[in-house]
Design a protein around this ligand. Structure first.
Ligand code: BGC
Length: 371
């Protein structure tokens, strides 16, 4: 730990969490959408199901129940308004003639629920699973009736049950030809969370899909005992931490949990700052505070509270003087020669990145650092 990190006191961490909640709530669109980053060129005007689900979870955990509910309302409206598209996708998959990737649901939407005119790496399944998990966590945490979101929950379940085997872009919007283990984990977590609210054939299908996904991960998604980046890969990716905590698909103390935390800690964590994966070149391949928080959550679940607090401190050390958390920092780059190319293409690193603030809230809440 550096001197800067160790000097960040618990009340300062709590204050940064409070200001993180303010940042997120003040930037939430009246529609309920959470912008990924308000000013960053490539993200401006869009909200992602993946980012948003984790942001809503952090907000919900830090006491922002009303804001999180409004985000879930927004997601619900989008899913319900796309009922015909989802039914078409499910019917085609059942008939053995799946629709092309371009006709699947996108990963991000404009705040009014449209797809937007900009080209994107849009076909990603994880966000719909993470949303299911987050909305159920939120309803349980605040004892809210899930029925208000049930129609959308049912649609998301049908979509994922029909399509979870398809290769798609991963969390980092890369490698569309692979089946990514963290994507499978997000889907399994969402279907498992939705389970108790489902009835009839839908309940049976969701349960069967969770079992099949878990079996497939055990069969093809492990390497030397740890979760691997995609089926058949031997690499790790820090997104796999989420499958342990907070998604809980594999327990932190189990053999898969322990091996995955150890591999990511050894290969991708440099002094508390966590890289996405070893070959990352995006903005030079820096360290992501949101991933440091995922590592903190996993370490805490594995019983290492001291190291979990160190992870929160490291994330706090990346805040700007205006208390904004960036997407990544450049203190330790895996591919320094690639940094300028991205700066020229998209401008300065996304700051604030609301997902970073959301993960900060979730770890701070789990550590009980509330002022
Ligand atoms: C990241 C995604 C993220 C998006 C918006 C991309 O650069 O790879 O994981 O959803 O930014 O924050």
């Amino acid at each position: 730990m550096t001197a800067v990190e160790s000097s960040i006191s618990l009340p300062e961490l709590a204050a940064l969490a409070d200001s993180s909640l303010d940042t997120i709530v003040s930037l939430q669109d009246p529609s309920g959408a959470y912008p990924a980053s308000p000013t960053f060129s490539a993200y401006k005007g869009y909200s992602w199901f993946r980012d948003g689900a984790f942001i809503a979870d952090g907000v919900s955990a830090w006491g922002g129940a009303e804001s999180a509910s409004r985000f879930h309302d927004w997601c619900s409206r989008i899913l319900v308004s796309r009922r015909a598209q989802i039914e078409r996708i499910v019917t085609a998959a059942d008939a053995g003639t799946p629709v092309p990737d371009a006709e699947m649901l996108p990963t991000r939407f404009t705040f009014d629920g449209a797809e937007g005119a900009d080209e994107w790496w849009d076909f990603q399944l994880d966000g719909y699973g993470t949303w299911l998990w987050a909305v159920v966590e939120h309803a349980n945490r605040h004892v809210l009736p899930l029925e208000q979101w049930q129609e959308a929950v049912d649609l998301a379940v049908d979509y994922l049950v029909s399509s979870w085997r398809r290769p798609c872009f991963d969390w980092w919007e890369e490698r569309a030809e692979e089946v990514h283990v963290s994507t499978l984990g997000c889907i399994a977590a969402g279907l498992a969370a939705a389970g108790p609210s489902l009835t009839g054939d839908r309940a049976l299908a969701a349960k069967a899909a969770v079992q099949e996904i878990r079996a497939l991960i055990r069969q093809d998604g492990l390497s030397e005992g740890h979760l691997s980046k995609w089926l058949g890969s031997s690499e790790v990716d820090a997104s796999l931490l989420s499958v342990i905590r907070p998604l809980g698909v594999f327990p932190a103390e189990g053999s898969i949990g322990r091996a995955t935390i150890a591999a990511i800690d050894a290969q991708l964590n440099v002094g508390g700052g966590v890289h996405r994966y070893a070959a990352d070149t995006f903005f030079g391949g820096g360290q992501w505070p949101l991933l440091s928080c995922f590592l903190g959550l996993a370490l805490l679940a594995a019983g290492d509270r001291d190291r979990a607090i160190e992870q929160l401190r490291w994330a706090a050390s990346t805040a700007t003087p205006a208390h904004e958390l960036p997407e990544q920092v450049d203190d330790h780059l895996l591919a320094p020669h690639m940094r300028q190319e991205w700066l020229d293409r998209w401008g300065t690193v996304a700051t604030p990145l609301l997902w970073s603030h959301g993960m900060f809230l979730r770890l701070a809440s789990e550590l009980g650092v509330k002022a």
